[in-house]
Design a protein around this ligand. Structure first.
Ligand code: ZN
Length: 482
């Protein structure tokens, strides 16, 4: 298919300009004023002409960290810190691959309708049905047509070892002391990932497998090293949570006798293909390591606020030259997948951390972090992330006549600082139009709504056994009254 988006507004240095943009097959074929309504390269008539008047055209953003199946628990978990929130989450996690499929559909749709064309799904696996979980998410992303980085969330240490012991004998970080709780062995995890890569890794079609140990709190050195080797072998991106909470920083000190970031560097896990979610509790030395290795920070401001994890030192990352992307994080810690909301909060939040307002993030910088920063974090800046001829056509057209984007002032300022609703008019991923007139072209969203409604029920407060068993230890650790 070929498209010509005509007379759309695009950002230019200091201002905006009006251009035509042509898409041929999967790529941006031409950008310029008053392009002829023909595909000059293939010498054919353009299939579809899109009226871009009163619309803003931007590269698609990357939702650089989420967990799709959390959709089933959004709005439900009470205000709790990460460690106790996780216990609630896992006690009631969905166990049916069909649920995984539906929540991946929902995550993709909400990402597309808030400006995202790529999603990184740090996919929580159903115990004993891991391969089916991956297959269900891949099926959903293929059907919706979003560019997907499917990152099976893996660990090889039991949940109970994720908290520091503070010198007590309660837990050890060695896998040999694992409780009866089911944990896959390191080799079994790596076998699962190898199989998934063989079956599903298809970058040309927009489906990418990612190695993604959950984080230092539940993973052995051998798992990080095995994942790094697999990443090198197949050119896969690497992902992980990193120092999301203060408890994790204390744990790193216990487990490694020092910095988690330095340890990951020693293990060879950090390079330009690595993206690390949260990065709230890093110090200046850690930041230098990220800058030097080329790893990307994925900023998830809403979940960091929701779980009380803290404010990531984003302005320091920017000044050190660390690449930054934005993520929504899972829908049970946000509790939405509105990427524009994450970009807004993730930008203005940092005005409170530094009086030097010249360091504050401008709306244009935020948009570039969300698009090109996201692409860079996936080692794909040469393929996506900007309006550049020859790149993949991952594009979003915003309707500047949407009430939430009026009156006419600065389009990107309105988009980032405002509260855009129903502003996405059209979306292309890999040159395929997946949203038109604000509606999905690829799947029936009404049917999805019906399925989500019927497979859920209004809930009353729940009792999480795991949370109760952890609460005393957590309060002691954090110095809270028992
Ligand atoms: Zn996460």
């Amino acid at each position: 298919m070929s498209y010509s988006i005509q007379t759309a507004l695009v950002p230019a240095p200091q201002s905006y300009e009006t251009v035509d943009l042509q898409i041929r097959q999967d790529k941006i074929a031409a950008i310029g004023a008053h392009l002829p309504p023909a595909d000059t390269v293939a010498d054919t008539i353009i299939d579809t002409v899109i009226d871009g008047r009163d619309k803003l055209l931007l590269p698609g953003f990357v939702n650089a960290h989420t967990h799709s199946s959390e959709l089933w628990q959004r709005g439900l978990i009470p205000p709790l810190p990460l460690e106790l929130w996780l216990a609630e989450l896992y006690d009631f996690a969905p166990l049916d691959p069909e649920q995984i499929y539906l929540s991946a559909l929902g995550t993709a749709v909400e990402t597309l309708l808030s400006g995202g064309t790529t999603v990184v799904d740090h996919l929580v696996l159903i115990p004993g049905r891991e391969a089916e979980t991956i297959a269900a998410a891949v099926r959903a992303y293929r059907e919706v047509g979003i560019r997907a980085y499917v990152a099976p969330l893996v660990q090889d240490q039991p949940f109970g070892t994720g908290l520091p012991t503070l010198g007590t004998a309660q837990a050890s970080h060695s896998p040999a002391s694992a409780s009866p709780e089911q944990v896959m062995s390191t080799e079994a995890v790596l076998d699962l990932l190898r199989d998934a890569v063989r079956q599903f890794h298809d970058p040309v079609a927009g489906i990418n497998l990612v190695v993604a140990p959950t984080g230092i709190q539940l993973c052995s050195d051998a798992l990080f090293e095995g994942c790094a080797a697999l990443s090198d072998q197949h050119g896969l991106c690497r992902h992980a949570h990193l120092l999301e909470t203060k408890a994790q920083k204390i744990l790193a000190q216990e487990k490694y006798g020092g910095s988690a970031v330095a340890h990951l560097k020693r293990l060879g896990y950090l390079n330009q293909r690595s993206s690390l979610a949260h990065c709230v509790w890093l110090d200046d030395y850690d930041i230098e390591i990220l800058a030097e290795t080329g790893a990307t920070v994925v900023h998830n401001p809403l979940s960091n606020l929701r779980l009380g994890s803290g404010i990531a030192p984003l302005l320091k990352y920017r000044q050190a030259g660390v690449n930054i992307a934005f993520g929504c994080d899972g829908s049970a810690s946000n509790d939405s997948q509105d990427l524009l909301e994450a970009i807004k909060i993730g930008s203005i939040l940092h005005n409170t951390t530094d009086f030097e307002y010249r360091h504050w993030i401008t709306p244009r910088e935020a948009v570039e972090m969300a698009a090109l920063g996201g692409a860079t974090g996936l080692n794909a800046a040469d393929q996506i992330g900007s309006l550049t001829v020859g790149k993949q056509a991952d594009l979003v057209l915003y309707d500047l006549r949407s009430l939430s984007l009026l009156p006419r002032t600065d389009p990107i300022g309105l988009l980032v600082l405002g509260r855009p609703t129903q502003a996405v008019h059209s979306v292309w991923v890999n040159g395929r139009q997946v949203v038109a007139q604000g509606e999905l072209c690829t799947i029936d969203v009404n049917q999805l709504r019906q399925e989500l409604f019927e497979r859920s029920a209004w809930q009353s407060p729940r009792q999480s056994a795991m949370r109760q068993s952890m609460e005393f230890r957590y309060r002691e650790l954090m110095g809270l009254a028992i």
